[in-house]
Ligand binder design. Sequence first.
Ligand code: NAD
Length: 357
Amino acid sequence: MQQSVFEHMQQMGHEQIVFCHDPNSGLNAIIGIHNTTLGPALGGTRLWNYNTHEEAIIDALRLSRGMTYKAAISGLNLGGGKAVIIGDASKIKSEALWRRYGKFVNSLNGKYITAEDVNTSAKDMEYISMETDFVTGVPEYMGGSGDPSPFTAYGVFTGMKAAAKKAWGTDSLSGKKVLVQGVGHVGQYLVGHLVEEGAKVYITDISENKIKQTTEKFHSIEVVDGNKIWDMDIDIYAPCALGATVNTASIGKMKCPVIAGAANNQLEDENIHGPMLIEKGIIYVPDFLINAGGLINVGAELDGYNRERVTGNVEKIYDRTLEILELSGNEKIHTQAAAMKIAEKRLKDIANVKARL
Ligand code: NAD
């Protein structure tokens, strides 16, 4: 690692990083708590086979920071946190691992509240909930709201429609060619909305199984080779796999006028790639704004869950997207910077409110 953990924390503004280790269950986890100005840090736990520990630390830092912005821009009274567990999801999952992890989460006394993320499920949350109350997204039969992915997908669909309105003057996606990269939890629900709307949907995934599941459900969609996506003439690119797919190489080849997808940290480097997209005339809906549906859903568990209210709050992503695209145009800043500006203003304003009696 070129910089120390503390240097990274200072640079990105983190409050706390917690390293958790348990040799019996094979647990190696890192909990990143970025900012608790607005409330407890809520964010999912990702299970991933990182190549190095440094890679895992950076992921926890970047993801938890993204959660601060996501909660702030979505008007939620939640802080930013996220955790990563290092390991192969097909090998290390066990009741003991989740429960030991639950104990670590519990030791933070509610400063960090966990939820699902990549490679973790509502069932895993159920094990965590045996050791702590600071977990959301537990199965519906246990009184939780279950899988947040349908809400994330609905939010992405909503934000995509707002971007379409900006790009083409109408928010109808009927006939629009949309490429969904990654048809996992979120991607499959998103495909459902797009098909229903009459879009021409293309999908790509590294998992044959996910491709099979999706094509069996939706007969009109087309599967494309992941290595050839930039040769395609598409209207909307929806990254729904992992981050950093919007980078110097991909932007150079992109022909789509809109990027709107669920993945976190889509821009490899926001300072370089945000402006590059503006230069190229590509409308990018910031990830932490468009993929907030899941957070809005799990966050609602903390103050009396109501599905209609959650749906209404997720739909607000439409207006927020338009507001940010407008600000970006007016102030000649890239869309990620515009979204960060609004989020940072709320953080500052509420910190000031909280500092007074
Ligand atoms: P998931 O693991 O269920 O699905 C990801 C899919 O992407 C899998 O099918 C995987 O095979 C595929 N994939 C991985 N690498 C790929 C590649 N190089 N090319 C094509 N496909 C690839 O995850 P998910 O819950 O659907 O989340 C998708 C993304 O959205 C993640 O970045 C996640 O952090 C983000 N996100 C999810 C939620 C949620 O509610 N689940 C909320 C906010 C953000």
